[in-house]
Design a protein around this ligand. Structure first.
Ligand SMILES: Nc1ncnc2c1ncn2[C@@H]1O[C@H](COP(=O)(O)OP(=O)(O)OP(=O)(O)O)[C@@H](O)[C@H]1O
Ligand SMILES: [Mg+2]
Length: 307
């Protein structure tokens, strides 16, 4: 089956900046695809081209067989797009904003009431339907924007950091809704800075400098960290970092809050503890741990920036 979202050699330049560089992305029907990557990787530019709000400089892109350049109007009816900086109408109320988007997309009658109720409930905005959008808190604005992007029940969703800045409980609720949409067969392309969200995707693509440098299921990407991982808990993090590369079989390390994640040929906690103690590092605990997507992402980024 042809993938639902396909880009071929997709390019976008802004003057001398190459924002998207010969991108070959493919998202299967019904998949939740998470696009991750550092600031300026080209994620937003890619989504804007897919949503037919920005013209590519070269190459092509289509969604469900609809070409983003040749049939932008048809594409927009099929696709729900939530831009990174979604703009609401500040002097319209919560309900008026939603109704406005419902009107644009021709959602009427009983179906409209049903969807408005469901979306207001999901966004926890039932108590605030009359409040002007300008007077909502930041998190509430985001939730209203999400609701607006979902109003026409699009088959394909393009969500650009839809939960950025939203509290953890609301993030979870939002992903529950995405889970429901996924069960209904909606194809979802989402960018996120949150690795726990990327873990929930069927496929994850890592973008860097306008290119896709890795793509795979989260469980496959997690395997890309080298060797075996040990988590070292120590009050002497700086000293531990200064000496760790001299440990035999050392491959890489990363700092997470109060601990050091060390990647080794052989994860021998007792041997590592002896080594660290001999180098003036007080060790509270060393535990074997499984790398998450976060470790894999950080590792892959250090690989490309060292290259
Ligand atoms: N309208 C524009 N004019 C000029 N340069 C732009 C424009 N839009 C994006 N760029 C540049 O293109 C590159 C990619 O930007 P883009 O916003 O797509 O990245 P991103 O991956 O979404 O980053 P972030 O994680 O910060 O949202 C950056 O170097 C950015 O400065
Ligand atoms: Mg962006």
């Amino acid at each position: 089956m042809t993938p639902t979202i396909v880009t071929t050699d997709l390019q976008r330049r802004f003057g001398k900046t190459v924002a998207v560089d010969h991108l070959a992305l493919s998202v299967e029907n019904g998949e939740i695809y998470g696009l991750i990557g550092p600031d300026g990787a080209g994620k937003t530019t890619t989504l804007r081209m897919l949503a037919a709000v920005l013209r590519p400089s070269g190459g092509s892109a289509s969604i469900a067989g609809i070409d983003v350049v040749r049939q932008p109007e048809r594409l927009r009816r099929l696709v729900g797009y939530m831009p990174q900086h979604f703009s609401l109408y500040g002097d319209l109320s919560v309900l008026e904003n939603l109704t406005f988007y419902a009107d644009i997309f021709g959602v009427r009658g009983a179906e409209r009431r049903h969807r408005l109720d469901r979306l207001l409930h999901f966004a926890r905005l039932e108590q605030f339907t009359a409040r002007p959008a300008a007077h909502l808190s930041g998190g509430m604005k985001k939730k209203l924007a999400l609701a607006c992007a979902l109003i026409h029940q699009p088959q394909v969703l393009l969500l650009d950091e839809p939960t950025n800045g939203v509290d953890p409980v609301s993030r979870r609720e939002f992903w529950d809704i995405l889970g429901e949409l996924h069960l209904e067969g909606v194809t979802i392309l989402v960018t996120t800075p949150y690795m726990d969200e990327a873990e929930r995707c069927n496929q994850v693509g890592l973008m860097h400098n306008g290119r896709l440098i890795r793509q795979g299921r989260p469980e496959a990407l997690r395997q890309l960290t080298p060797g075996q991982m040990l988590a070292v808990y120590t009050p002497d993090l700086l000293q531990a970092e200064a000496v760790i590369a001299d440990y035999p079989g050392y491959l890489a390390h990363q700092v997470y809050g109060d601990r050091l994640h060390v990647f080794l040929d052989v994860a021998d906690a007792a041997a590592l503890e002896r080594f660290l103690t001999n180098h003036d590092v007080r060790v509270q605990q060393i535990l074997p741990d499984a790398p998450r997507l976060e470790e894999a992402f950080v590792y892959l980024m250090t690989q490309v920036s060292d290259a």
